[in-house]
Design a protein around this ligand. Structure first.
Ligand code: SF4
Ligand code: SF4
Length: 448
């Protein structure tokens, strides 16, 4: 594409992969997507809706507007939840459009020094467990301080920086064993006869904050005839930087992930992931590295092997019998993660698996398809909109009268936990579907 002729003053899109005009033209401006869009629902402006953003992408492509602070704020307010992709009757690929827009902003728009430093901190720490883990020590010590001291610090943070306050309030309570690195065996044999050999992606943030999810996943897989292969060199899947337009970092992490799995790949029946946001990015490797002459074919092959763990188990079936969980009957509400529902189009698989647990009643909340406000690091970057969405989501989940919440994404889990705490409902547990299946397969099945 030729460089746009500047009709407007200020930073512009460059010529490197701008949003595809053909994809932009597919939008017929019908507005069916508007009410499904969480940023539009909270902010209430056309410019913060999918249709409004597509107009702005077009105008940026034509050089009619510049990357001004106002324009950039309308893209920054997008959660990337992809609800508009599900809703659009014309099949507009907003996911491709926003994925092309964000790197343009990161390359061409000069963010403020504080914004740059904050983003740099997020992207140089969170995707690297080896860097994040040492920070858990001061956090653990902080959590040991009295509630009054923490409330005082939180209040000050809210005044100085709502973003830092959001980060503080999202950190889950830490246990001492989480502070030390945990090594999993490279191969964990199937219990009984082996039916499949699967690779497992451990995730980066999840590995540290909710290690019990990976442990439950391994037990569920091995008890259902899977040998589990865990490449020790694996790092972050690239979801965090990918969702925020940090393209070079995302590509580097994706290549590293593929290299870590390469020695094992030929013998694997599938590569599994238990976090929805990561699963969506892993399935996108073919696109992400589509112009990489060395990796593009491998990336497409790798992506084709990736499955969400629930998608895989629903397909191959469970072989270990499930026991009722105590208390019985048990009423839980299922929270759809956006990158599972809209990104991977998986909604029945987790429900179908969980409904196999005897005595379990699964409910759905109002607005089940609306984002909880987590969306990767969105709640750390846009705390106000995220807080509104988190509060609404928790209210809807609680209104079902369920005794607990099931969520298959670490980001959603932390966001929901925060808003349960804020609403004084700390007693309502949140569990991953694998934790539930694990408990239902254990000799003394109990919900908590
Ligand atoms: S993105 Fe789709 S649903 Fe939204 S306005 Fe365009 S055509 Fe209509
Ligand atoms: S991705 Fe989500 S927040 Fe962004 S425009 Fe689409 S529906 Fe709205």
């Amino acid at each position: 594409m030729s460089e746009p002729v500047a009709l407007s003053q200020g930073p512009m899109f460059d010529g490197v992969d701008p949003p595809d005009p053909k994809l932009i033209d597919a939008c017929v401006h019908c507005g069916f997507c508007l009410t499904t869009c969480p940023s539009y629902r909270v902010i209430g402006k056309e410019t913060d809706s999918p249709r409004g953003r597509i107009y702005q992408m077009d105008a940026l492509n034509q050089g009619q507007i510049a990357l001004s602070p106002a324009t950039v704020s309308h893209f920054d307010s997008c959660l990337g939840c992809l609800a508009c992709v599900t809703a659009c009757p014309s099949g507009v690929q907003y996911d491709r459009l926003i994925a092309a827009t964000r790197p343009q902003i990161e390359r061409n728009y000069p963010r403020s020094l504080w914004d740059r430093l904050y983003r740099q901190f997020l992207f140089t720490v969170f995707p690297y467990p080896g860097r994040l883990r040492p920070l858990l020590w001061p956090l653990w010590l902080y959590q040991r301080m009295g509630g009054k001291v923490r409330a005082w610090i939180r209040k000050r943070l809210e005044k100085v920086s709502p973003r830092l306050a959001a980060m503080e309030s999202l950190m889950p309570p830490l246990q001492p064993e989480q502070l030390l690195p945990k090594q999993y065996p490279e191969r964990i044999p199937a219990v009984g006869e082996r039916r499949f050999r699967v690779g497992l992606v451990l995730g980066c943030v999840q590995r540290l904050f909710t290690p019990q999810v990976n442990e439950a996943s391994i037990r569920v897989l091995t008890r259902n005839g899977c040998e589990v292969v865990i490449p020790p060199a694996q790092g972050c899947c690239a979801a965090l930087p990918h969702h925020q337009g940090q393209l070079q970092q995302a590509k580097t992490l994706a290549r590293q992930m593929m290299d870590a799995f390469a020695p094992y790949e030929p013998e694997l029946d599938a590569i599994l992931i238990n976090a929805s946001g990561c699963g969506h990015t892993l399935k996108e490797y073919g696109h992400l590295l589509g112009q990489d002459p060395v990796y593009k074919e491998r990336a497409a092959r790798f992506a084709a092997q990736v499955k969400d763990i629930q998608e895989f188990l629903a397909q191959v079936g469970l072989t270990t019998p499930l026991q009722p969980l105590q208390p019985e009957p048990l009423v839980l509400v299922y929270q759809d993660a956006c990158h599972m529902l809209h990104g991977q189009r998986l909604s029945q698989e987790p429900r179908q698996l969980l409904r196999q647990i005897p005595g379990l009643e699964l409910r759905d909340p109002v607005d089940a398809a609306l984002c909880c406000g987590s969306s990767g690091v969105y709640n750390l970057l846009q705390p106000k909109v995220a807080a509104e969405l988190g509060s609404q989501k928790v209210q809807n989940l609680l209104n079902t009268g369920a005794q607990g919440i099931v969520s298959a994404n670490i980001g959603c889990r932390l966001q929901i936990q925060k808003h349960l705490d804020l609403q004084g409902r700390q007693g309502i547990p949140i569990v991953h579907p694998m934790e539930l299946l694990d408990r239902a397969m254990s000799p003394q099945p109990g919900f908590q």
